[in-house]
Structure formats: C-alpha cells, structure tokens
Design a protein around this ligand. Structure first.
Ligand code: PMP
Length: 407
C-alpha cells in the first residue's frame, strides 16, 4: 500500500546529513562538553558550531541562542523565565487565545504565582489585531507572547507590528516560531522580537533539541537550575548529538528553503483548487493569504475528525486533526473554537501539513481516496441525515471557501 505523510506539524523526517552530523557524538566523541580534558573538546566544539548554524538561519547573534530539549521547554523558559526575572516591574502578561498549549497551560501556574494574565482574542482568520494589543497593554504589563504562525490553521501573525508596539511601551515580546521556521524565512533581527522559540523538528532535525533565542542583554531566570551550561540559563549536560543534528539541519534548511516553499505552495494550491470539487461542504480555516506554505487546514462537515484520521490511516495516509499534544483528548481544538467556529464543525477538522518531500503523486492519491472515505462516514452521520432532509444542523459561523495564496 502507498504511504503518504501529511503530518509534518507533528514530526518531520530527519535529514540524512543531520543524522551523519549526530553520529560522532553517539560513539567516539562521547565526552562531556564541560570537561576540561581533551575528551570534552569535540562535543564542546560541536555545540558551538551548531549555535553558529542555528543563529545564521534566523539572523541572530550566536550568543543569543539557548539550547533546550523541546519547543515546549523553550516556551516554558521564555514565559516563566522572563516573568520571574522581570516581576519587579509588574505582573501582567498577555498571550493570544490560539497559542500552543505549552504557552496556555503555563498561565495557570503563573496566575497561582500572583501574575495576572490576559488572553487576547483573535479574529475569524486567527489574527491578533495590533490595535487590540495596544489597548490591552497596561502600565504593569511586562511580557506579551504571540506565536509567529499557527500550525492548526496556518495563519501568520503580524509579529513585526506586535513587537514594535511592545517595544514602544517597554514590554518584552516573545514569539513561538515552531511552526514558522522551516516554512517561511525568519529574521529575528528584522522582527525585533526579544525572545523566539523553535525546535529541531521545525528544520527536519532530530527530536530532543530546540532553541530559545534571547536578545542579548535581556535577563531571564533559568527553569532548570544546577549547572553553568548555556551560561547558567539552562543547566544539565547538553544533548550533544541532537544539538549537532539540529545545527546541520538548520544549515540545510537555510540553503533549500525557497525551493521547498515553492513545492509546498504548488501542492497546497492543488488541494485548495481540487478538494471542493471532490467533496462538498469543506470549510478551509485560517487566513486566506497570510498563511504558512504547505499547511492546508479545513473542516469537513458532518464527518468526525478522529474517525476520518483512522480511515485515512487505513488507506496509508497520515494526517492530523489538530496538534498531537491534544490528539488523544478527543476535545474540539481551542484554536478553531477561538475563531468562532461552531463546536460540531470544529470536531470535523482535518489538518494536512505537507513537507519538502511530498509529491504530486501524494496529492493524487489523497484526492482519489478522500471522497469515498467521507461518503462512508457521512452515511452514518446523524448530522448529515439532518442536512439531507433540508434542515441546517448547526450555524456555520466562519471559514468561507476562499482563494488561498502563497507565502
Ligand atoms: N509550539 C508550537 C507552535 C507547536 O506547534 C508545537 C508542537 N508541534 C510546540 C510548540 C511543542 O513542540 P514539542 O512538543 O516538540 O515540544
């Protein structure tokens, strides 16, 4: 059976060059990078080389890169680390309603620690309105976190504008770029963000390594204490092999990104054009223009998302219905609900995240298999039966089929 992988938001295949870069640190260069003897030299040099490679990809100074274990850890370091380091200036934090749960879940802990957190609403396309951010900032606001782009709906935020508003008001600005890096060019110096998260997975690197970019000179409290690694900002012996793999993967991503984007945009365009002709009542979600290449997000009405994923899997197609972090909870996505999408419609979500290696054959195969799967699932759907009887089973509030353009 053919196997088609459309779940790059949740894991990317690791580049062979990245695997090759990891190997020496899994066997002969096993030394601890902090050791003063000669066994410490190659791993220490590997980390510094990776720091250079990663910093070049996002146009940052190497010393601004803190290596962590995952995007989740980077987001925790950013939010808690900056909040606790700057709480003498105020205790108000702002996050957007569609952040990844690795940001949203922290707000509970922060509230318990005496911080006040405001969740900023988004519009029907999932965009934060810069004017609304301006109005929400208070004299005691110290930190704002708005992701660069959202994987579940593809929407890219006006990060440069949001960061500028924060800068004017003396507020720190963090952006989670896990979905953006590896899909669009990212220049943190131009964006003028204070902190920025992304992971090795964003650039076809291995699991177990990620980055928090922190503008030089900004204080942060470590989340993990107990050593001087990463200049005391992230203690613990480094995952040298994963970091070396991430560095090489970042370098290759920088070299090939424009070609990869072109391919992902072309294949996405095919899906946007051909899907509505094959399956009725598809609602594309997210911003029609300012969106990530290769992220095709939709709701297929009267079909239950999980059932759809399992049927697609039976046909050899790997897709998602939202973030893997919440995939087993069977809850409607907080991101789709924040757009004002009806609860029942949100549960029919299908997320296709394409990658650099997807082909026209993958798209043909998917387009060929999807209609019969949807028909079968709709034939047992009470909502669909109501629809066929001419009743409107629910009010669909958003997501008109629109022309999607590329980034
Ligand atoms: N931020 C964003 C925007 C994500 O999409 C994800 C998951 N892909 C994460 C953070 C968390 O990544 P991880 O589970 O690798 O830590």
């Amino acid at each position: 059976m053919k196997s088609v992988y459309f779940d790059h938001a949740n894991s990317t295949p690791v580049l062979p060059e990245a695997i090759a870069a990891m190997h020496p640190y899994l066997n002969r260069h096993f030394g601890n990078p902090s050791s003063l003897h000669r066994f410490g030299d190659p791993p220490r040099q590997a980390i510094e080389q990776a720091r250079n490679q990663v910093s070049r990809l996002i146009n940052a100074a190497p010393e601004s890169i803190i290596f962590t274990s995952s995007a989740t850890e980077s987001n925790n370091l950013a939010l808690k680390g900056l909040a606790f380091a700057h709480q003498n200036r105020g205790r108000h934090i702002i996050v957007s309603a569609i952040e990844h749960i690795s940001i949203l879940e922290q707000t509970r802990t922060l509230k318990r620690s005496g911080f006040d957190v405001t969740t900023l609403k988004v519009d029907q396309w999932g965009r934060v309105d810069p004017q609304k951010l301006r109005e929400t900032i208070r004299p005691d606001t110290i930190l704002v976190s708005v992701m660069h782009a959202n994987y579940e709906i593809g929407t890219i935020q006006p990060v440069e504008q949001l960061a500028a508003i924060c800068r004017e008001r003396g507020v720190l600005f963090h952006s989670d770029g896990t979905a953006a890096v590896g899909r669009i060019p990212v220049d943190v110096t131009r964006l003028e963000v204070d902190a920025y998260t992304f992971s090795a997975q964003s650039v076809y690197g291995p699991k177990g390594a990620a980055v928090l970019y922190l503008k030089p000179g900004i204080r942060i409290n470590p989340l993990i204490e107990g050593g001087f690694q990463e200049k005391g900002r992230r203690a613990g012996t480094e995952n040298v092999a994963a970091i070396a793999g991430m560095g090489r993967a970042a370098e290759i991503t920088g070299e090939h990104l424009s070609g990869w984007r072109e391919n992902m945009n072309r294949l996405s365009r095919r899906l946007y054009q051909e899907l509505p002709a094959r399956v009725e009542r598809i609602i594309f979600t997210g911003h029609p223009i300012d969106r990530l290449p290769g992220v095709v997000s939709m709701c297929i009405e009267f079909v239950e998302g999980e059932a759809l994923l399992l049927s697609l899997d039976d046909a050899g197609i790997a897709a998602a219905s939202g973030s893997a972090c919440t995939a087993r909870t069977l809850k409607a996505s907080h991101v789709l609900l924040a757009l004002g999408i009806d609860h029942a419609v949100a549960q029919s979500s299908l997320l296709l995240t394409l990658g650099k290696d997807n082909t026209d054959e993958d798209i043909d195969y998917f387009l060929d298999r999807l209609p019969s799967i949807v028909s079968r699932l709709r034939s047992i759907s009470p909502l669909y039966a109501r629809y066929l009887r001419g009743e409107n089973p629910y009010a669909c509030k958003t997501g008109q089929n629109h022309q999607h353009e590329e980034n």
